[in-house]
Design a protein around this ligand. Sequence first.
Ligand code: GTQ
Length: 371
Amino acid sequence: MTTQDDNMLGRARVTDTPELSAYYAELADREAGALWTVANEIEPWYPQPKSVPTLWRYAELRPLVRKALDLVKADDAGRRVVMLVNPGRRDISAAAGLLYTGLQIMGPGESMTAHRHQAAALRFVLEGTGAWTIVDGEKLRVGARDFAITPNGTWHEHGNESDDTPVIWQDGLDIPLVNALDAGFYEVHPDVYQVPGKVVNSSVLTYGGNLVPYGIERWTRPYSPLLAWPWEPTYQALLDLAKASEGSPYDGLIMEYTNPATGGSVMPTMSAHIQLLRAGQATKAHRHTGSVVYTAAKGHGVSIVAGRRFEWHEGDVFAVPAWAWHEHANLDQGEDAVLFSFNDFPVMRSLGFFREEAYADNDGHQPTPAG
Ligand code: GTQ
């Protein structure tokens, strides 16, 4: 089928004939092909993500995640995780673009063995009080709404030291990106478990205070020396920013978790944001390259993603594919709402692929979707 776009000068527009079909078959027999049969598809005018806007409701998934506690042992599963799979990307287990996400549950007293892999990982804690992770020998204790990273190649193992309450946290990994680049490696720790250093949360104690230690060897690894961002100071930073700034018309009061040594993203492939929407605030629509996975961290709101209306509550996760128009609103008139998100913007930016565009019509809002 040809479209108006295909007919434009400079685009492939060869009509099939019996001779051509026979020719294509001859090429195919030799593992070759005619570019003009696929040119418009492989060089689209603008991004054509296979991922579709998707919402995963925590109220629906939480009981299923808890069910996994009884069905599989953490050690047998390796990681007891319910993946959130984009209906357009089942082939690569991605949630959006080349980003993976899942809900990991650990029962009281459970702990898992150590491994490391090429994929980078991040965690956003949804519930529970006893969660810990050991990242390259540093034990981190993380509570609800805390953010933590497991940079690629670092040894890590997780557990829950609570006596009675399961922990559920969200994992975000760049597994599909690593696989798309055929760069995946995976190793089990030679001693099965790491021996953590004596000081818990040492990177938070060292780098968490808005100051960088002076007079010690400079940090030169490609990821943040700070490995965890507790919720309280993070939320306070948003409240303080709200006093000093109007914020972004598209994102409200948005901040990036950063590498304190560079001011850049926490890891080379993935970045994360935390954003506050004031009571009743509605943002304008924009779109950009790069894929984003959002989590409702606090409050209740709605996001319109490429015309789909996603009403969200705490713990809900939704995917915004690359180049999809999106806008957010806080549906509560009295309380603020907070969205956590992670993205592949560092990849887009380092390759020169980042582009952003404002929605121009209708005062910056997409048409109200039906239903
Ligand atoms: O915690 O190491 O959800 O390796 C998927 C793959 C979590 C992890 C996931 C992983 C991990």
